[in-house]
Ligand binder design. Structure first.
Ligand code: SF4
Ligand code: SF4
Length: 283
């Protein structure tokens, strides 16, 4: 059977919040019986944009991660005493029943992703329910997809086997796979958000002035193995990206045919590292 999935292209998100506002526009003040009571105008939204700033000045970048209910196939939110307040449809969508879930604030904590928000006015836990009311009336995609200017979202309704094959082929990832919840929201390019870089800037003294050195060869080593190579740009900069967090020690070797060599040792813990200016010189 075909089921709904959402693919989120992380590097394309610009944090414009159109998706957040369109979802609020759809749900705030509007009841859709069988799907949801009106959502709250204020407080936590059911789609949120997380932000990660990497590096340090002047080598800094920012990534944005749209997050929402993952419509897990092994949903922890249904494993405790949800008493029918949360259900999973045959097409994969997880719905919080606006009648049965009344007063069930405890369900907010049942989601390890923080994807269930509490609506104080309605006294209801609520999630992003994939705009199932629209899909059921013939829409091809939820509101968030149609308003995103950079086409971050792709909605696909396919069999689980076809989705698993596509995820493997396109290196799509899900959030917190260690939780074994089997999310139906997949991310492309999530390394941009949760992986690290090592960067730096090659310099040399020319005519008594520190100058940026373009064209230096830079090698990234783990132990004795060179795992990546790069060349400094016109500003002397280099960057090795997509390194796993907590991946430990690396060595960076720089070499330029005229200006000499340099070496730095660095350890990647949870954050990216900018090594600053690295002066080339005699071996
Ligand atoms: S993301 Fe949270 S609320 Fe959504 S299905 Fe998974 S456990 Fe339930
Ligand atoms: S609408 Fe698109 S670009 Fe804007 S915040 Fe949402 S996902 Fe990101």
């Amino acid at each position: 059977m075909d089921k709904w999935n959402l693919i989120v292209d992380v590097p394309l998100c610009q944090n414009c919040n159109n998706c957040v506002m369109a979802t609020k526009d759809e749900l705030v003040g509007n009841a859709f019986p069988g799907y949801t009571a009106p959502h709250a105008a204020h407080g936590a939204a059911v789609i949120q944009i997380l932000r990660k700033v990497r590096g340090s000045m002047p080598m800094v970048d920012t990534a944005y991660l749209p997050v929402m209910c993952n419509h897990c196939d092994e949903p922890p939110c249904m494993k405790g005493d949800s008493s029918g307040a949360i259900s999973k449809r045959d097409d994969g969508i997880v719905i919080i029943d606006p009648v049965r879930a009344k007063g069930r604030r405890d369900l907010v904590a049942a989601c390890p992703y923080g994807a269930i928000v509490w609506n104080e006015t309605e006294e209801l836990p609520q999630n992003w329910f994939f705009d199932a009311h629209l899909l059921d009336s013939g829409w091809a995609a939820p509101r968030c997809e149609s308003v995103c200017p950079t086409k971050v979202f792709e909605v696909t309704k396919v069999t689980d086997a076809a989705m698993a094959e596509r995820a493997a082929k396109e290196n799509l990832r899900t959030r917190n796979p260690e939780l074994a919840t089997k999310p139906r929201v997949y991310y492309r390019g999530m390394d941009r958000y949760d992986h690290c870089f090592i960067g730096g800037s090659a310099t040399a003294v020319i005519g008594g002035i520190d100058e940026c050195i373009e064209g230096a060869t830079v090698e990234l080593q783990r132990g004795d193995a060179v795992i990546a190579r790069s060349t400094t740009d016109a500003f002397g900069d280099f960057k090795f990206d997509n390194l796993p967090g907590d991946s430990g020690p690396y060595d960076v070797f720089l070499h330029h045919g005229v200006h000499g060599v340099a070496q730095r040792s660095v350890t990647i813990a949870r954050a990216s590292v900018y090594l600053g200016s690295i002066a080339l010189g005699d071996p």
